[in-house]
Design a binder for this molecule. Structure first.
Ligand code: ZN
Length: 466
């Protein structure tokens, strides 16, 4: 590793801010360094002591200085279901959690982002509300093939589809026939397809096997209703179609560890594929979820301990590329907490503000380093969104997005301190390691120890302009 300072040749020394610390996570590794920020970007990364006189400084000392997190899987639901979650609350939660870039999913808002008209409405709904930078995925639904090119031109980073019922009527699932139509277009555009990979067949079969008097408060009832086969078969179909049409397939929220061998096979064949899992699949285990605790419900479901450990191993060897939250809150009443009915509760886990400590708490005892975290939660997701030259790394020319955090400090999750709209979360009361102290967005401090400032400084990220 070169230890020469990466100073621009024509450096006039006119930096607006220096952020320095003993534990800066750069693409090459962890080291003591000074980050020289000019305007909104990183202009140089030098040795810790190599700083110009008279420049404003932020001294991180022994805290970790890492690129701001990039979360490519966030449901914000505004406009249309703003009572579930909105841009202000979600992006404040992001800033407090050290997430400086998020990419919003095309469903749960109304209209869905499946047409340019819908996308424009979405963009209008963001005005004055963004505390971090926000980009967008478009949607592939039956019959909207002709909208894909205009959505791509309008700035979506790629497209999301569901192979199983999405839970909302304005975002219907696609069949193989629908997918084939969409794939022709996606191949022309060179756009990635993100897929909720569960097939209805195995889920319907599981439903038929379910006894009429089943205990709907039992977590096992929910787990059995979404078998691994639904994921495994959907992934097989998507990998096959992706290879046939030459489309980059990204599998969101991978839960079934039984799919890992076919993922490895696809990667060995150099297919354009990537895979994401979520903090909750890496943290919780089905065996530990109490009856009626519907805050743990999501789809695909949190599976057994043994499954969780195989997901960790697949992250470690690079089979799974990244971690994103699938942050998806809803009004608490929809979680059916009173009845604890897993089959009728809304599925979705809210964790945008907690992803860094949640993952770190589980990663460290398994021997993973801060470099792994930066790869899984900053660099790989930035690459998926096509932002790999601008976001997700501490290097010259990148946006000066930084999270400064204490990896050794512990806290107990108090829902009152969460900034997203509805505080119900399976992390409530859990002891986590890793406290975010300060978040910088493009060189500007946007969060520090519970305080946000100044007014919303986030920006829209649009493909082509990004
Ligand atoms: Zn999702």
């Amino acid at each position: 590793m070169s230890i020469r300072p990466q100073m621009p040749h024509d450096s006039s020394g006119s930096f607006d801010l220096i952020v320095r610390g003993r534990r800066v996570i750069t693409p090459e590794g962890e080291r003591a360094a000074a980050i020289h920020i000019h305007g909104e970007v990183i202009a140089a990364v030098s040795e810790y002591d190599e700083i110009p006189a008279g420049c404003e400084q932020y001294e991180a000392g022994d805290l970790v200085v890492m690129s701001g997190l990039v979360d490519t899987h966030v449901h914000i639901n505004e406009p249309g279901r703003t009572e579930w979650e909105g841009f202000t609350t979600a992006t404040r939660a992001a800033a407090a959690g050290g997430v400086t870039t998020l990419v919003e999913m095309p469903l749960n808002g109304i209209p869905a982002t499946t047409s340019v008209v819908g996308f424009q409405e979405k963009l209008r709904a963001t005005v004055g509300k963004l505390f971090v930078d926000v980009g967008f995925w478009g949607g592939v639904v039956p019959g909207n093939t002709e909208q894909l090119a205009p959505l791509w031109e309008a700035g979506c980073f790629g497209f999301k589809c569901f192979l199983v019922d999405s839970g909302v009527p304005e975002f219907p699932r696609v069949t193989e026939a629908d997918l084939r139509k969409g794939f022709v277009e996606l191949a022309k555009l060179g756009a990635p397809l993100l897929a909720h990979a569960e097939l209805p067949g195995p889920i319907e079969d599981a439903g038929k096997r379910r006894p009429a008097n089943v205990d709907q408060r039992s977590y096992k009832t929910w787990l059995n209703s979404r078998p691994r086969a639904a994921e495994n078969e959907a992934i097989a179909l998507l990998l096959r179609l992706g290879a046939e049409y030459g489309v980059h397939i990204h599998i969101v929220h991978l839960s079934s560890a039984d799919a890992i061998s076919q993922i490895q096979q696809a990667k060995q064949n150099r297919a354009r594929v990537s895979f994401e899992t979520c903090p909750h699949y890496l943290t919780f285990a089905a065996e530990e979820i109490p009856d009626g605790a519907t805050q743990f419900k999501c789809a695909p479901p949190i599976r057994e301990r043994e499954n969780r450990e195989r997901l960790w191993a697949a992250l470690g060897d690079g089979t799974i590329d990244m971690i994103a939250t699938d942050h998806s809150p809803c009004p608490p009443a929809m979680k059916q907490q009173a009845s604890g009915d897993f089959l009728n509760a809304w599925g979705g886990i809210a964790s945008l503000q907690l992803s860094l400590p949640a993952v770190w708490t589980e990663a460290r005892p398994r021997g993973y380093s801060l470099r792994h975290i930066a790869n899984w939660m900053c660099e790989a997701p930035a690459r998926l969104a096509g932002l790999e030259k601008k976001k997700g790394a501490i290097a010259i020319g990148y946006d000066a997005d930084l999270v400064i955090w204490n990896p050794d400090a512990a806290f107990r999750v108090d829902p009152a301190h969460l900034h997203h709209r509805h505080k119900l979360t399976p992390y409530a009361g859990r002891d986590l390691k890793g406290i975010v102290e300060t978040t910088f967005l493009r060189g500007q401090k946007v969060f520090e120890r519970g305080e946000f400032f100044p007014s919303p400084a986030g920006r829209l990220l649009l493909r082509g302009q990004a």
